[in-house]
Design a protein around this ligand. Structure first.
Ligand code: ADP
Ligand code: MG
Length: 383
């Protein structure tokens, strides 16, 4: 296949219009491209800053036809765009990453099967199509986590199950949807690798990030991760191997567990990743610019971090003071001179909804962490 470069001016198509799409639009604009966003949400925050917001369903043929006709290349920020949509668009316009790569990451069973088939480390699991599968599951899978195989995110569609009985109850609660039963691993800590890969297979990894979750949602990312160099190096090697095996073009996030000192791949996200938001403020190039470069066939840029950083997610919870809904006092964060505040402009805060984040940068990782934790407490994020 010959190398394809999207010349400017050109329109790039983005499927999905949340914060990841919004940052992509900004990065693409800076590179001189226009962007059309397809998102069924009338309030799409990426749609608001794009040249055009196609306010339509992901399978709306008229909207897809228009995108295919006008856009030079299509990418995505949302892994649950139907694979058929990507395949349909791919008949007339380059789609990056391709449907085949995205669909592996859309289903927790195909994801685990991919890891197994490619000799990548993953935790023990069993497919659960029926209650009989729970009865037949190995005793070593308990205590476990039962997860729906599709459409789960931020800990949604998951239940910790101590024993078989609890697994059956959780399975019924998920209305018999196909699930995966994973052994609940003892986590030393969690890390992730965000990388970009281009059409020719050139791959650049951002520094590894260390991630702390709260109630199943990313709370804090520390970059670079405090893990040993050999752990960080192997994580990057595994992530590159995954990207190569997927024939991936674009920005990819790979989440890892470190359990009893061993690296285990948790899951992949076929898009920029929340744990890569620190790249906006702490790296030479952001994960979104790298996505735009990869999908447009421009050379990948330098991913090096120029600062130590700690990113803290801002969830809608802090808009609620008891029963009162009010804007948080952002001045509490502006006191920190090395803190970069990012608010996504969502029209309504909800508990657990990602409304923004902030990143503290600096030279000394310990001081950066200290300031980020102080700022996090100051704005009222609970432990
Ligand atoms: P999501 O799509 O919601 O990010 P994950 O599978 O990454 O789903 O799970 C969210 C978090 O739950 C993980 O980052 C980890 O903290 C915890 N978790 C998930 N699976 C396991 C497991 N098998 N063992 C231990 N902890 C887990
Ligand atoms: Mg995850």
């Amino acid at each position: 296949m010959s190398k394809h470069t999207t010349q400017r001016p050109a329109i790039l198509g983005m499927l999905g219009g949340g914060q990841l799409g919004r940052y992509f639009v900004t990065a693409a604009h800076e590179l001189g491209y226009q962007v059309w966003v397809l998102d069924p949400d009338a309030h799409s925050i990426a749609g608001q800053i794009a040249e055009r917001h196609l306010h339509a369903a992901y399978d709306d043929r008229a909207a897809l036809d228009e995108m295919a006709r006008e856009c030079s290349v299509i990418t995505t920020e949302f892994e649950n765009v139907p694979a058929e949509t990507l395949d349909y668009l791919a008949k007339s316009v380059p789609v990056r990453p391709a449907a085949a790569a995205v669909s592996v990451c859309q289903n927790r069973l195909s994801e685990k099967g991919f890891l197994r088939d490619n000799g990548l480390p993953h935790g023990p699991y069993a497919a659960v199509h029926s209650e009989a599968d729970i009865a037949a599951a190995g005793a070593d899978l308990f205590p476990g986590i039962l997860k729906v195989v599709r459409f789960g995110y931020d800990g949604k569609g998951q239940a910790v199950v101590e024993d078989r009985e609890a697994a059956v109850a959780a399975f019924r609660n998920f209305k018999g949807e196909t699930c995966i039963l994973e052994k609940k691993l003892t986590l030393d800590y969690e890390i992730s690798v965000v990388l970009a890969r281009d059409e020719e297979g050139n791959t650049r990894c951002f520094p590894v990030s260390e991630n702390i979750h709260r109630r199943g949602i990313l709370d804090i990312s520390i970059a670079p991760a405090r893990a040993a160099q050999c752990i960080r190096d192997s994580a990057m090697e595994y992530a590159e191997h995954i990207a190569a095996k997927l024939g991936y073009i674009g920005t990819l996030g790979v989440e890892f567990f470190v359990s009893h000192g061993q690296l285990v791949v948790n899951e992949m996200a076929p898009r920029p990743h929340n744990s890569g938001h620190y790249t906006l403020d702490a790296c030479v190039t952001s994960q979104f610019e790298q996505q735009a470069r990869a999908v447009c066939g421009l050379p990948l840029a330098e991913p090096r971090a120029h600062s130590a950083s700690v990113m803290v997610n801002i969830l809608g919870d802090i808009w609620f003071d008891g029963d009162t809904y009010r804007e948080p006092d952002w001045n509490l964060l502006h006191q920190y001179p090395n803190l970069k505040l990012h608010l996504y402009g969502k029209h309504e805060a909800r508990k657990g909804r990602k409304m923004g984040h902030f990143t503290v940068i600096g030279e000394d990782p310990a001081k950066v962490l200290e300031a980020a934790m102080a700022a996090r407490a100051a704005i009222g994020i609970a432990d």
